[in-house]
Design a protein around this ligand. Structure first.
Ligand SMILES: [Zn+2]
Ligand SMILES: [Zn+2]
Length: 329
């Protein structure tokens, strides 16, 4: 298997007020019942978008899927929706959930790099910052890198693989680091993580209520899998890091996993599945974010396009060009 090799991940229960995109328990390969997922019909997708009455012509076009989005179909065996029960979250349900929204007091997303970042094999923090700013349309600031020496986090040594650090200790530490104007603070690290002694590892974990999250990019470096560091893998590192950061930050706005279209906010069971998913929001998820932040949809698309072109995120840039033509009318 290559670096994309099949690995299984499970989500952490919402009852803990935690959201985690990818978690692997030691017993993850045990047989699980099928989720019974049925792909939503066209009528259900339209209903999930909600009434567009009162919106501007540009907004109506921005929330019109046209033929730019692939509706969610039957999941493949092993996919997230084959193994996890997801009810979906309509726009109206999102609006009624009264999730956190950026306001005058709490308006900035903070990233806190934790531990060493090898410049040759880490995503550029400034690039993640610029893309997230364009994506969420609120200020995003990367704080100075914090050495692991000054951080009180439980760790464990493993027979195979690198030292791992306990996410819950990071989350506790981050709670005390949220700046007064912080909408949320997300720790990012190249260290491998685990959420509980019973689990093998975790890619990230967050608490919406406390506005904190911690994410690891360690497993996006081919060296982690004892594979060669190639230029292609370097490009993939940026895309994957960006994808997980954008996805997880969407959860910080109260957005649940999307079941309506192929979308950034889809759940993902493994790297192969998340690599198949787009980096953009479907119309339903875009409407949720727009409701929360109140941005101009065209300005956002233009700023994102500029960043994706600059960083040569080609697939998304090409898609966004087509989309922008449709939205502008
Ligand atoms: Zn998720
Ligand atoms: Zn969506």
């Amino acid at each position: 298997m290559d670096v994309l090799g099949r690995r299984r991940f499970l989500g952490v229960g919402a009852a803990l007020a935690l959201t985690s995109h990818w978690v692997q328990p030691i017993t993850a390969l045990a047989a699980k019942p099928r989720s019974g997922f049925t792909p939503p019909t066209a009528a259900q997708r339209t209903a999930a978008l909600g009434s567009l009455k009162g919106l501007s012509a540009i907004e109506v076009r921005a929330f019109d899927p046209a033929d730019h989005f692939e509706p969610m179909g039957e999941p493949e065996p092993g996919d997230w929706l084959a193994e996890h029960v997801e009810r979906g979250q309509t726009f109206d349900q999102f609006r009624q959930s009264k999730a956190n929204r950026p306001d005058k007091r709490r308006s900035t997303i903070y990233f806190l790099p934790l531990g060493e970042f090898d410049p040759a094999w880490s995503p550029e923090m400034a690039d993640l910052e610029a893309c997230a700013r364009a994506f969420f349309q609120i200020p995003v600031k990367a704080l100075p890198t914090r050495s692991m020496n000054g951080v009180q986090v439980t760790s464990r040594e493993r027979v195979k693989g690198p030292t791992q650090y306990l996410t819950t200790d990071f989350l506790r530490m981050l709670r005390g680091e949220l700046p007064d104007d912080g909408y949320c603070i997300l720790g990012v690290t190249m260290q491998d993580l685990y959420p509980d002694p019973k689990w093998n590892y975790v890619f990230g974990q967050a608490s919406l209520r406390d506005r904190v999250g911690i994410y690891s990019f360690a497993r996006y470096d081919p060296l982690f899998w004892k594979e060669k560091r190639t230029p292609e893998a370097r490009e993939l590192l940026l895309v994957r890091s960006l994808e997980v950061l954008l996805h997880e930050t969407c959860h910080m706005f109260g957005m649940s996993h999307c079941i309506y279209y192929k979308c950034l906010v889809n759940g993902s069971n493994n790297l192969e599945e998340s690599d198949r998913q787009p980096m953009h929001l479907c119309p339903i998820c875009l409407r949720k974010l727009q409701h929360s932040v109140g941005f101009d949809v065209v300005d956002r698309d233009k700023e994102l396009l500029k960043e994706y072109r600059r960083l040569r995120v080609t697939r998304e840039a090409e898609w966004l060009e087509r989309r922008l033509r449709h939205v502008k009318g």
